[in-house]
Design a protein around this ligand. Structure first.
Ligand SMILES: *Cc1c(COP(=O)(O)O)cnc(C)c1O
Length: 408
């Protein structure tokens, strides 16, 4: 473990060494602490733990050493190289949840109450869209959706609505790979003391660190690239206001009961170790696949921000190290050709989700965005023929060969 003598210089070192692994048995790898509760030696010790004077564990819904290992690693990755207002290394608090949806619920419910409004944009993850429109809207929280790439509109909406307490950005967004300028929107929000949260699931801290632009919260579905192997569902919420994270946000998390479990947290920690290596391969493969699709005569359109044809090419270049490994595309024959293509694939996997080591293909209109009406979907580019692709780390020749035979 790094004792603070020198600063670790890269994210693989951080991913491998940021979590403290002190344990009584000197296990090299953080153990799976499969325990619901933690013992007290005496009644007095129990009382001290509840009073907070003894910081040891009490109960796993409130935290567990296996969760903490993953939380510390993700916090260190999101804060890597960043400083706070006073020039010190940025400190972040991460809270691991049972799923991305649970982490998003904690985020929304701990920052918004009845009568407040939240501003977000088109083309969100299907579950986020439904949580906003079904759960929040039913509880008297006003959901305002706009194109947040249009900064004049953002300014106008924010100046007219004092009820807005949170701006939630997903960038790149699902599945059109739309990008929002995090810095520009956060600057507008900060003038009115509005909180900003960023769903960083598609980018991962390897490609994009939203805290660099002074946002308040970062969210991940750890189910995707952070776990990387498709072995567990999970979510994490990170915040830079440690006091707020330790009080209201933690309280809401604990009371809503969205805690992770030791086995899934262990799988996540294991996956995180190879984040940089995996992302490098995911990204280089994706660039080749996107260029291949863009020049293929059977392809109508490719949504990938590494192509200058994408409207958010410049924003993506500004705030991301690389365009990432998720893209979507449409074939010339629309839905019918799309279905034929998907059915002919021999190696790439037909499944929803993304960010796993193998290449996954899905059909948003009938799968991830089935809960969003056709009219709504089409407004933000999720047409019936759109295919989403999460490019894996297979040998690139095999991905291209599979596409080549399926496109014939
Ligand atoms: C998957 C996903 C979520 C939801 O996370 P779960 O782990 O499935 O609950 C939220 N946002 C994005 C961008 C996602 O891809």
């Amino acid at each position: 473990m790094n004792k603070g003598l020198f600063h670790l210089s890269g994210i693989s070192s951080i991913a491998l060494h940021a979590a403290d692994n002190n344990n009584a048995e000197f296990a090299h790898i953080t153990p799976i602490f499969a325990t619901s509760t933690f013992t007290f030696d005496t009644a007095e010790q129990g009382m001290e733990r509840f009073a907070g004077s003894d910081k040891s564990r009490i109960y796993s819904r409130w935290g567990n050493p296996t969760f903490t290992a993953a939380e510390k690693t993700i916090a260190a990755l999101e804060a890597f190289g960043l400083t706070d207002k006073t020039g010190n290394s940025l400190q972040l608090k991460a809270i691991l949840h049972s799923s991305g949806q649970a982490a998003m619920t904690t985020l929304f419910l701990s920052t918004l109450q009845s009568g407040d409004a939240v501003l977000s944009h088109y083309s969100l993850y299907g579950g986020t869209h439904e949580l906003l429109h079904k759960v929040l809207a039913e509880n008297n929280i006003n959901v305002i959706i706009a194109d947040l790439r249009d900064l004049h509109t953002v300014k106008e909406i924010v100046s007219k609505n004092n009820a807005i307490k949170l701006i939630h950005i997903e960038t790149p967004a699902n599945p059109t790979i739309q990008c929002v300028d995090i810095e520009a929107v956060t600057n507008i929000a900060k003038e009115k003391n509005i909180l900003v949260s960023v769903d960083n699931t598609f980018a991962t801290p390897y490609l994009q660190q939203p805290f660099k632009y002074n946002v308040d919260f970062v969210f991940h579905s750890t189910t995707k690239f952070l776990n990387g192997h498709g072995t567990a569902i999970g979510g994490v919420l990170l915040g830079k206001d440690i006091e707020l994270m330790n009080t209201k946000v933690w309280k809401w998390h604990v009371l809503l009961g969205g805690n992770s479990n030791p086995f899934d947290a262990f799988l996540l920690s294991n996956g995180l170790k190879t984040l940089e290596l995996r992302m490098q391969r995911h990204c280089s493969n994706a660039a080749i696949v996107a260029n291949y699709l863009a020049q293929h005569p059977a392809v109508e359109k490719v949504n990938y921000t590494g192509l200058t044809s994408h409207p958010d090419y410049a924003i993506s270049k500004k705030q991301m190290k690389h365009p990432g490994a998720v893209m979507s595309f449409e074939l010339k024959g629309g839905l019918d050709s799309g279905k034929k293509f998907i059915n002919k694939l021999q190696m790439c996997v037909r499944a929803i989700s993304l960010g796993t080591v193998d290449t996954l293909i899905s059909h948003p209109a009938s799968m991830s965005h089935k809960g969003v009406s056709k009219e709504e979907r089409e407004k933000f580019g999720i047409t019936d023929g759109l295919i989403r692709l999460s490019v894996g780390i297979e040998n690139i020749e095999d991905i291209i060969n599979d596409f080549e035979q399926a496109l014939q």
